[in-house]
Design a protein around this ligand. Structure first.
Ligand SMILES: CC(C)(COP(=O)(O)OP(=O)(O)OC[C@H]1O[C@@H](n2cnc3c(N)ncnc32)[C@H](O)[C@@H]1OP(=O)(O)O)[C@@H](O)C(=O)NCCC(=O)NCCS
Length: 257
């Protein structure tokens, strides 16, 4: 059954499942919708810090502003489950790499998290024992997958993507793309690292991948990717350091859609 992007009700904060911290070898993934009723949207907006509100105010298009507010409101609602606190009281800061982190009692919290949002959908990943990243993309047929693969992918990745049938090409391209992005977001490097410096090696069933960073032989630097089973037209994945971890999907047990 594919994961659905549901509304997280702000009034249900404290009731979201699961209430406990991710166990060892477990990463929590929260998929959610950014297209929410106005009353819900207002509650999310009230969770934002002044800096986040100011950033929201700088979006030119109202739809982008609404999505930003919903994404960051949901992020705060979710994180408040792990660091028991009001969503609006949480302190978020950027690491030197740019990756956001949570601060509790003046110190970096014991959880790592990452947010992704795209075309009205969002997701957050949370883990306790490892660094994590997440990425979500809408499968778009207007994207010139061949040209982008030739420009940004390694020789190995190009050989896999460009040998796919025309019908499968977008899916194969986006699997590699989100795998790289999730990894780069997990490490905090973002897109500052040239995209062909880290390679995605898809498993045969295309449900997982291994990341290899060029020039690295240190086993502790190994990262795995787990693809999420999402609604049609969406590709998303989690990247986390090490192997032997599994994804647990979390949601508001109430509203749907
Ligand atoms: C971070 C980045 C990979 C985001 O990719 P994206 O696919 O456009 O967006 P996503 O929705 O998946 O993720 C965005 C979220 O990731 C998080 N994020 C931001 N910077 C991040 C980083 N360095 N590492 C991990 N996560 C990051 C934020 O929560 C962000 O949400 P926001 O943009 O609403 O604040 C990309 O914007 C990037 O590489 N930025 C770095 C830019 C940079 O290096 N600038 C030069 C500075 S010297």
């Amino acid at each position: 059954m594919p994961l659905t992007f549901t509304t997280l009700r702000p009034e249900a904060v404290g009731l979201f499942m699961p209430p406990s911290l991710p166990g060892s070898g477990e990463v929590h993934v929260w998929p959610f919708s950014l297209d929410v009723p106005s009353a819900v949207h207002e509650q999310y907006a009230a969770f934002l810090s002044q800096a986040e509100q100011a950033r929201a105010g700088r979006f030119r298009f109202p739809a982008d502003r609404r999505h930003y507010v919903a994404a960051h409101g949901c992020l705060r609602a979710i994180l408040s489950q792990y660091c028991p606190s009001e969503p609006q009281s949480l302190v978020l800061e950027s690491m030197p790499s740019g990756k956001p982190r949570l601060v509790c009692d003046g110190r970096p919290a014991d959880i790592d998290f990452n947010l992704t949002h795209s075309h009205g959908r969002g997701a957050v990943v949370v883990a306790c024992d490892r660094a994590v990243g997440i990425d979500l993309e809408k499968l778009r047929t207007e994207v010139d997958c061949r040209r982008l693969a030739e420009r940004y992918f390694s020789a190995h990745e190009q050989s896999v993507v460009l040998s796919a049938t025309e019908e499968r090409l977008p899916e194969m391209f986006f699997r590699h793309w989100v795998g790289k992005e999730a990894y780069l977001k997990g490490t905090g490097v973002g897109l500052r690292m040239p995209l062909d410096q880290c390679e995605v090696f898809l498993s045969e069933d295309r449900e997982r991948a291994v990341i290899r960073r060029q020039g690295s032989t240190i086993p502790s630097e190994a990262w795995m990717v787990q693809y999420l089973s999402l609604e049609a037209e969406w590709i998303g994945c989690v990247a986390a350091r090490g192997d032997g971890w599994t994804v647990r999907v979390c949601s508001d047990p109430g509203l749907r859609g």
